[in-house]
Design a protein around this ligand. Sequence first.
Ligand code: PMT
Length: 405
Amino acid sequence: MHSLTARRLLLLVSGGIAAYKAPDVVRRLRDAGAEVRVVMTPAATRFVTPLTLQAVSGQDVRVALFDSAAEAAMGHIELARWCDALVVAPASADFIARLRAGLADDLASAVCLASAAPLLIAPAMNQQMWQHPATRENLDVLVARGATVCGPASGSQACGETGPGRMVESEAIVAAAAALFAPGTLAGLRVVVTAGPTREALDPVRYISNHSSGKMGYAVAAAARAAGAEVTLISGPTRLAAPAGVTLVGVESANDMLAAVNDALAACDIFIATAAVADYRPASASENKIKRDGATRTLELVPNPDILANVAARDDAPFTVGFAAETNDVEAYARAKLERKRIDMIAANHVGGELGFDSDDNELTVLWNNGRAPLARASKPALARQLIELVATRYRASRGTGGSA
Ligand code: PMT
């Protein structure tokens, strides 16, 4: 039986030339066993008619938010509750921006805002629009909230340009929709992730910290959640919202983080340390604001506990994954950390340039005993998904439940 059998899918068709493929998407989703209803944006009706989609879906197609007959029964809420998943295909740049902003002034956007069902997005647009930082950022935010993105493909475009932005073929959309219902590679496992910086107080208003934004760690937590894990994210101060479905524990200092990690470790299967923990803290923090008096001051620093090494040294240690932030000899230093901290895996990144701290993209070299996997430059959410797949494979190999050693 196909994992889409008897699943209720709401296909949202937004305005773009790729809307002409929507009838084929409906047909193939139905062939896979799904029940499909369709909502179109007004712009989409310029590319394909509601009648065509009604014929292939066998259901009324809705376009207008203010359809008095349907809305008398709160139609958009009913649709939002009815579906097991939302599939936006094609998703135009405009519709993606609307989803990110949480707009609700057309039926398709309103249903998305009103639904808690998983969201699959198949982007289709001009290659420049796809590569624009606004579109990339909008999608990163949606992915961090739990959305799945399928495509786009590259090739010649209707506008005459060539590049990424073509909607993927219907088969890929059906496979991605089916994957929404398949158990993830970390299903049934508990994952604890640390993220962000720590702040080490000098006095009530000053602290020592670093440039970590939390983006990498939050993306790792979101990817682990999307892979089916129960995730606790222990984070130093950041400006980021907790990824959907993830339990967030906020901390300030390295000692706070160690305490929160120890509390969260019961029945933890995988521990991933992306946090940039301060290696040292002031030997003592002044109770009152330190006054300027013109004198030279010397700051005494004492080492902070190494949270990752502490976790790896436990008798009941979970599978431990560290990060290594290095400015030079990245791989050699990272491998030395892997061995010194006795952890299972380490993801090394080059910092101090345009990647690493507070960047949207990153590049990783993942190392383990006798193995390595370079992950090419990509957005942090995309890299996090690749990293989580590697972690899942290595975790299963270490526990003797599959995967290659
Ligand atoms: O947050 P972003 O802006 O997205 O930036 C991401 C990042 C650059 C912070 C991230 O990719 C990263 O490299 N995190 C690790 C940063 C770091 O502190 O690296 P390290 O080489 O100093 O530490 C090695 C490992 O030990 C890390 O897993 C760290 O979390 C852990 N550690 C370090 C010191 C300490 N006292 N306790 C620890 O657990």
